[in-house]
Design a protein around this ligand. Structure first.
Ligand code: NDP
Ligand code: MN
Length: 398
């Protein structure tokens, strides 16, 4: 076996139906005053915001609510939350919601933790600068309560943020971004409507497929990715069709957690690299939907140009997706595309970029943005790619 190096996740996880109940007793061990970060509607409407406040207050914690997170959260949203945390002297940040709320909580925790009297913005920490501000142990502790099964953010060391002015959507990465504690309660997950189940579940599938074929994959990634892929192929259609199927919800939550680990131990590749600019230029296009419009085309590209090792990984994906694979060659590997396409059809996410409203005249700027903001995933792709290849991939995905 080749020598390898990878990080390992560093989060305490409490997983299971009703586990939100332990929020107060657990957060009490971490801080005294919590900034509770949510999106604008769902958690309030479903009663989980009130429940969370009650559990925290019952254990003597003070709670300050920040409920202005939008999907594809922006620098402004993070900076406003940071101000709220600083003004109120919060010492722990709790994110309740999907990847957008959890990432915003993580980003607020960085910026508020590094505040030293001068106005501070999360963008100072973004890796797009020559000398980004260092993220240190000053970051406030984060508690993540996930309400979707897709981003793996509840156990990962990434937090995504979009700069609307420069149209850059980036992932900030640091070990200090791993939540201190993570709660996965299927009662919250079972409230996802079908469209959210579909796009977040497909995001999880792409995390594990990409991390599996990535140049940065290793035996630890392989194990978690194959397990998660099987769970998603088997259970995502069920979770999509019958939201209260707890077995399917639990399976998806486990898969999402494995996928979060995969993001820590390996690195995503081209579909993520090309989907970020799509949401940066078209903020109304959700992350998972953009991935739905790009993934099949990129799989074909990687299989056509891939070496033996890459082709054999796509054969494994095909087998995991239920295809019969007799031997390992490019033709058999293409069955992985068929398996993923069938899944996309079952969850009504087999879309083109054109369906989503993407215009060809944004391609050049999107390519530029991919090279500045997603260099890591581009380099981790098992097949080298040029600007022209990316232009082709965007064009063929229309
Ligand atoms: P979001 O958090 O954006 O949520 C999508 C929508 O679903 C929102 O309108 C939200 O409502 C609603 N919603 C969430 N949970 C529920 C629920 N249980 N019941 C009903 N409605 C619900 O979705 P994602 O989880 O997909 O997060 C996407 C973000 O995460 C993107 O910015 C993406 O780039 C990022 N990401 C981060 C990663 C990481 O490692 N950190 C990895 C991959 C993606 P409301 O707004 O009202 O709460
Ligand atoms: Mn993703």
């Amino acid at each position: 076996m080749e020598t390898f190096r990878c990080s390992l996740p560093a989060t305490d996880l409490i997983f299971g139906k009703g586990s939100l109940e332990c929020l107060g007793t657990e957060v009490r061990k971490i801080g005294k005053k919590a900034l509770l970060v949510t999106g604008k509607k769902s958690m309030k409407r479903l009663g989980f915001l009130k429940k969370s406040c009650d559990y925290l207050e019952k254990e003597g914690l003070e709670v300050v609510h920040y409920g202005e997170v939008v999907p594809n959260p922006t620098v402004e949203v993070v900076d406003k939350g940071t101000e709220r945390a600083i003004d109120n002297g919060c010492d722990v940040v709790v994110g309740l919601g999907g990847g957008s709320a959890i990432d915003t909580a993580k980003n607020i925790a960085i910026a508020a933790g590094h505040f030293e009297g001068e106005k501070i913005s999360i963008w100072e920490f973004a890796g797009v600068h020559d000398k980004p501000r260092q993220i240190t142990s000053k970051s406030l502790p984060v508690v993540a309560i996930t309400s979707t099964s897709g981003t793996g953010s509840h156990v990962s060391r990434f937090a995504v943020v979009t700069n609307q002015k420069t149209r850059e959507k980036i992932g900030i990465m640091s070990r200090f971004l791993c939540p201190r504690l993570s709660i996965v309660d299927v009662d919250i997950l079972s409230c996802m409507p079908p469209s959210v189940t579909a796009k977040t579940g497909f995001d999880a599938l792409t995390h594990v497929m990409e991390c599996f074929v990535s140049k940065r994959a290793n035996p630890i990634t392989d194990f978690t990715c194959l397990k998660a892929m099987k769970l998603i192929f088997d259970y995502l259609p069920g979770a999509y069709n019958k939201g209260d199927d707890m077995e399917a919800r639990e399976a998806m939550a486990l898969a999402d957690t494995f996928a979060g680990w995969a993001l820590v131990t390996s690195r995503p590749i081209l579909p993520h690299a090309l989907s970020h600019p799509v949401s940066a230029f078209y903020p109304e296009i959700d992350h998972g939907v953009a991935l739905g419009g790009l993934t099949l085309r990129i799989m074909r590209f990687n299989i056509e140009r891939g070496d033996e090792g890459t082709v054999s990984k796509y054969c494994e994906i095909a087998k995991t997706g239920g295809e019969k694979v007799a031997s390992c060659n490019k033709k058999e590997a293409s069955k992985s595309v068929k398996a993923v396409q069938e899944l996309l059809e079952k969850i009504e996410l087999n879309v083109t970029l054109k369906d989503l409203g993407v215009k060809e005249d944004s391609f050049e700027d999107m390519i530029e943005s991919a090279f500045t903001t997603m260099k890591g995933p581009i380099e981790a792709n098992p097949v080298p790619v040029t600007r022209e290849d990316i232009l082709n991939l965007y064009s063929k995905s229309m």
